[in-house]
Design a protein around this ligand. Sequence first.
Ligand SMILES: [Zn+2]
Ligand SMILES: [Zn+2]
Length: 366
Amino acid sequence: MSGENDAPAMPDTMRAVVCHGPLEYRLESVPVPVPGPGEALVKVEAVGICASDLKCFHGAAKFWGDESRPAWAETDVVPGHEFVGTVVELDGEAAQRWGIVVGDRVVSEQIVPCRQCRYCLDGKYWMCQRHDIYGFKRRTPGAMAEFMLFPRDALVHKISADVPPAHAAFAEPLSCALHAVERADIHFGDVVVVAGCGPIGLGMVAGAKSKNPELVIALDLAPDKLDLALECGADLVIDIGSEDAVERVRALTDGYGADVYLEATGHPSAVGQGLNLLRKLGTYVEYSVFGSDVTVDWSIISDDKELDVRGAHLGPHCWPAAIRMIESGRLPMDEICSHQLPLAEFEKGLELVDSGKESIKVSLIP
Ligand SMILES: [Zn+2]
Ligand SMILES: [Zn+2]
């Protein structure tokens, strides 16, 4: 163990949010985890609350009891997969593998790959068959706690200690947004439309802008979120509450439609909107987690436009870029990280994310 001599004595117990089932999340006193060989113990500095945390909290069928879908969540798990922390304990093996020492500021990618399934062996670790994501499985407890473990197979990155904790924890959603942008294969002449100016949509706007296409257009209903999209690099914003986005985009593109549509609202109506405002042979990227099934006329995808429809999940290979973007100071991070609450107020945090009106990214500070 490094840092043994100067380290303050570790407490035996810590406060943690524990998921016991839908709507059954409780703040409890639990044992501080003890790192095994090759693992690291990290003191959590901030943990963001994600739409998927909320979906899990409300007991969506995907997570609870729908046999036809994978069970992402288990009970008796500490939630939280968007986090930053400080290394407090690790052995030489872990230090060498990750290139970190006690005291370093670190994030870990949200998925801990098995490194053995066909996806992992093919470098597609974010599709790992076992799919251990912090905060949803007992094998990988999350960050809504004072301390957490990084298992041996964790993918760990350093991040500057100069960045406020909530901003640093935004590396997770930003990496996801950047991966969705990569999936879109944006070209210089493209007109790119981003639907939804929440944390992911704003990250997509910033990522799309850095690909330098012809035009980045952001859609939302909330004027203050559209203002933030402009700060993140949108060339133009459309308030879909007062304007017809499909008509406006057609008018801007000689009647053809947008080249790329990135969907980050989670709202079913945004799917049809995207299919309608894309040009023929356009590219649709879906990132959202939906609360209900979506019905559209699929013949737009085939017969009408021969669209390229792509999914996006997690932020593979995008963490270094996301971390650099946060460290660079080019994003309005104080506004994006709109709310920081103590761990004990996790329920208020979940409510803020649920209402979605006044918050962008809500974080807990253990
Ligand atoms: Zn997330
Ligand atoms: Zn795997």
